[in-house]
Write a protein that binds this ligand. Structure first.
Ligand code: PDD
Length: 277
């Protein structure tokens, strides 16, 4: 494990955040999680583009050029010596006497942690994972990868306490996404997922899966679907940087059909891509 804060590499356990850091006091910042396969960051470009979009959306500049941030991430990765890694990267609006409005000038601060990747166990990948549903209580800009994750944290905790793997937000009957993942269902051979609106994070894995589906000639519809449609789906799965594409076995204790014809085809192609990049 290795970490970076502001302008230097640090030990992950070192206490480095100044008390008036806005990420810490307001959650005033953004982040990315990038998976590394066999020493190679996967879809780095897409993550960096999303990071830039999120920064722009909150009116914040990046502390360094994209090239420099990428170079620092690669240096961190190398220093960590980890082959199957996860790069956590966050940028906050910096350190300033506490006030709500933006400091002027603001000096954004980069931090990173590189650690061993969390992986779904082969058993869970084979059997699928149970999820629970929870009321959508988040804000209307879920596409920004904001540090403000309290609703997501609370939802995930609820899932853990229920013995489930993920909590799925449901907004008046419509399934939006998981606390840290996107959702897909398959109905009569068509792959469905929530459109990339303000209501969800536009997952990079989601994008890769849609791309693979197109490559495989699988019909896709980016449209909202209801909890009932999820319960009746032929296949249902979660997608995220850490889970890749993971079958959902049950929702609120109700077993799903558990089909995985398209999921297995898509996931096999996904794994190939992680090896090619
Ligand atoms: N979470 N939706 C939410 C709310 C997320 O937090 C994430 C990712 C996703 C999936 O996005 P992607 O495919 O780009 O990882 C969807 C990361 C992994 C996290 O917070 O740890």
């Amino acid at each position: 494990e290795i970490a970076y804060y502001h302008d230097r590499f640090v030990d992950v356990d070192e206490r480095v955040i100044p008390i008036q850091e806005r990420g810490h006091q307001f959650g005033d910042g953004i982040y990315e999680v990038i998976r590394v396969y066999d020493g190679e960051p996967f879809t780095m470009k897409e993550h960096m583009e999303r990071l830039e979009k999120s920064a722009e959306a909150i009116g914040m500049g990046l502390p360094y050029s994209r090239e420099k941030i990428e170079a620092l991430a690669l240096e961190a990765l190398e220093r960590s010596g980890i082959q199957e890694a996860e790069i956590y990267m966050q940028i906050t609006r910096g350190i300033h006497l506490r006030q709500h409005h933006y400091p002027d000038p603001s000096e954004p601060v980069l931090s990173m942690v590189v650690k061993e990747a969390r992986k779904l166990t082969p058993e869970k990948r084979a059997a699928g994972v149970p999820v629970i549903t929870t009321e959508e209580i988040r804000w209307k800009m879920c596409w920004i990868k904001s540090l403000n994750l309290l609703p997501n944290v609370m939802a995930k905790q609820k899932a853990m306490e229920a013995g489930a793997h993920e909590a799925v937000f449901v907004d008046q009957g419509t399934v939006t996404e998981g606390s840290s993942s996107n959702l897909f269902i398959v109905k009569d051979g068509t792959l469905l997922t929530h459109p990339a609106t303000n209501a969800i994070l536009h997952g990079i894995t989601r994008r890769v899966i849609l791309d693979i589906a197109e490559e495989l000639g699988i019909p896709v519809e980016e449209r909202t679907f209801t909890l009932d449609e999820l319960l009746e789906a032929d296949e249902a799965f979660l997608s995220s940087t850490t889970m890749e594409a993971a079958s959902i076995s049950a929702v609120d204790g109700r077993p799903l059909k558990g089909g995985r014809t398209l999921l297995d085809r898509i996931h096999a192609r996904f794994v190939e891509r992680t090896k090619k990049e």
